[in-house]
Design a protein around this ligand. Structure first.
Ligand code: BTX
Length: 320
């Protein structure tokens, strides 16, 4: 009965279905329909009941849709507009296309399945199974182009906080763009920019988060993990996506007011990089040393064995 009821409401969305129609379709009384609706609401399904209209399924614990995300957003400083796609090659590409067409700041591209996700430097991001988050967010910050990479650090802070809010699991930030749990990568962030020589046209922050994956391709077995491996129950993607966006709206506001310095202390508290021996790979060469600090611009300060302090603006790091 429950799944039949849900199927009818799902099918009808965004229209209401009257109690009378439901009682005919499900061969039961209107009181029985009402009782089933009440049970579903107690299980976490958001079903709106309006006199003379009937019932509307707004979101369900397992439903992943633009509406399920949008209905959980808190009205804040960033006016989000959700563009949800059942399948995309890359949310990043779609966001770039929309930005070029003039999409507003706060436009968010979400794909249920992403079949050709990208990481940095043309690397692949595996997320084709429809179990993770693939989200790209269009921003138009009024900052010089060299500051755009700071948004990776801001987003990392937001995602760590959102993960903890929804699952209770603590992730750590590996500079500049990875989130790790027990040393395994659960999230990657890719920040790309469209700019004129003198100003940023848009920055696209892409977030790939492993949520309910149970298998990864062989080459990722030792490095990747998903949240479900650490959480008590399988996290719901719509809830997570909304938490990430709500949190980011707050942190982005701080960033706009005070720059990276506004979120630096939080970044440091979640970092698994600072104080550790690391190796940085930059343009094919390596620097070894201790990650001493990030400065107010988000630049990593690495002290090598000769005591020389290096400023690392970008690159890949290995923690030893
Ligand atoms: P990155 O270049 O730092 O990391 C890419 C590397 O991470 C890969 O070479 C591989 O070793 C590893 N990797 C690939 N897939 C996964 C995975 N699912 N879990 C853990 N490790 C993995 C990281 O780049 C930035 C990734 C951003 C992805 C988002 S998804 C939404 C948006 N759309 C899009 O095409 N990219 C972004």
């Amino acid at each position: 009965m429950k799944s039949e009821l849900l199927a009818v409401l799902n099918e009808a969305y965004p229209e209401y279905v009257s109690g009378e129609k439901l009682s005919i379709l499900l061969h039961c009384s209107r009181t029985a329909v009402w009782k089933h609706i009440k049970n579903l609401q107690e299980e976490g399904y958001q079903i709106k009941a309006v006199r003379n209209k009937g019932y509307l399924l707004e979101s369900s614990p397992s439903l992943y849709s633009g509406h399920a995300v949008a209905s959980r957003l808190i009205k804040g400083n960033l006016p989000y507009q959700i563009r949800f796609y059942p399948e995309l090659l890359s949310t990043q590409n779609e966001a770039q296309r929309l930005a070029m067409e003039g999409a507003e700041e706060g436009t968010v591209v979400i794909a249920d399945k992403q079949t050709k996700g990208r990481g940095r430097l043309g690397r692949e991001w595996e997320s084709s199974m429809g179990t993770g988050l693939a989200v790209s967010l269009i921003l138009k910050p009024d900052v010089p182009a060299y500051k755009a990479p700071q948004l990776t650090l801001v987003a990392a802070v937001s995602v760590v906080k959102a993960i903890e809010q929804i699952t209770g699991v603590k992730a750590e930030i590996k500079w500049p763009n990875d989130l790790l749990i027990e040393g395994k990568k659960v999230c990657g962030i890719l920040t790309e920019m469209q700019a004129d020589p003198d100003r940023i046209k848009s920055v696209i922050v892409g977030i790939g988060l492993n949520v309910n994956e149970t298998v990864f391709p062989e080459h990722l077995h030792h490095i990747a993990a998903s949240l479900s491996g650490f959480a008590d129950s399988p996290p719901e993607r719509a809830q997570l996506a909304a938490a990430v966006l709500n949190q980011f709206a707050e942190d982005y506001e701080l960033y706009k007011q005070s720059g990276f310095a506004g979120v630096k202390a939080e970044w440091e508290s979640y970092s698994c990089t600072l104080g550790r021996k690391i190796q940085v790979r930059q343009n094919g060469s390596y620097i070894n040393g201790t990650a001493e600090a990030v400065d107010s611009q988000g630049v990593l300060k690495l002290r090598d064995k000769d005591g020389i302090l290096h400023s690392i603006v970008s690159g890949d790091i290995e923690i030893s």
